[in-house]
Design a binder for this molecule. Structure first.
Ligand code: PRP
Length: 210
């Protein structure tokens, strides 16, 4: 398997979309899209091996070389700073990292701001640059509940359509950074499998420009 190009795809709709881009680039393995519980697929003719990974774990597989390349959200790259090459913005999975709070929320700078988030580093960096004192509350999901239950004043989270905020009577207050899916590569794989990775990279770029 080691001479195949090992590709970590994020499980879900985004991964399926990206697989289709790989397919169009000549790195196909049709079994990938079959409705099965299998997680790993090889196509020796094309020299590829794909596997489905939890989206937030892709960068770990790539950093440690279990995958040569993968697709990770910019949110994960900013939050965990994995030691990988970021090769291309795939312009899919677009959303933004934002601060949100209850409708009409006004920050009282005399108090420490309570910020609930999964993205502790992104939130801390953002407020450090603003010189704002905060108390970080690390949560693992359903972040939108925090301001409603007065666990926090605001949240730092991903906003895609904005629907989750609206349905919970919250509103976006500030955008921190735009997010999209990125093609990443393991540093040594990028040296040893350079030709194949660059062929893929060029063909993906052509698709994005078309
Ligand atoms: C993300 C994010 C928001 C939601 C925003 O959660 O945490 O809850 O999507 O999307 P919207 O603006 O289109 O409503 P996700 O569904 O990824 O699940 P998570 O709670 O596991 O992060």
């Amino acid at each position: 398997m080691n001479n195949l190009l090992k590709i970590a795809l994020p499980k879900g709709r985004l991964g399926e979309k990206v697989y289709k881009m790989f397919d169009a680039a000549g790195f196909s393995c049709p079994e990938v899209l079959e409705d099965t519980r299998k997680l790993i697929f090889e196509n020796r003719d094309k020299g590829v091996c794909f596997f489905w990974v939890k989206p937030s774990d892709v960068a770990i597989y790539v950093e440690r070389g279990a995958a040569d390349i993968g697709i990770a959200g910019k949110d994960i790259l900013l939050e965990y700073s994995p030691d990988v090459f970021e090769l291309l913005d795939l312009k899919v999975g677009k959303c933004r990292m934002a601060v949100a709070g209850k409708k009409g929320f006004k920050d009282n700078t005399e108090n420490t701001l309570r910020v609930a988030t999964k993205f502790v580093n992104i939130a801390s960096d953002y407020y450090r640059k603003l010189g704002r004192d905060i108390d970080i509350i690390k949560l693992n999901g359903s972040i939108e509940l925090a301001p409603i239950l007065n666990l926090s004043d605001v949240i730092v989270d991903i906003v895609e359509t904005g629907k989750t905020l609206i349905e919970n009577d919250l509103e976006p207050l500030e955008t921190i950074v735009p997010i999209s899916a990125r093609l990443i590569a393991n540093r040594s794989s990028y040296q040893f499998k350079n030709e194949r990775i660059n062929t893929l990279l060029d063909r993906l770029k052509e698709q994005l420009e078309a």
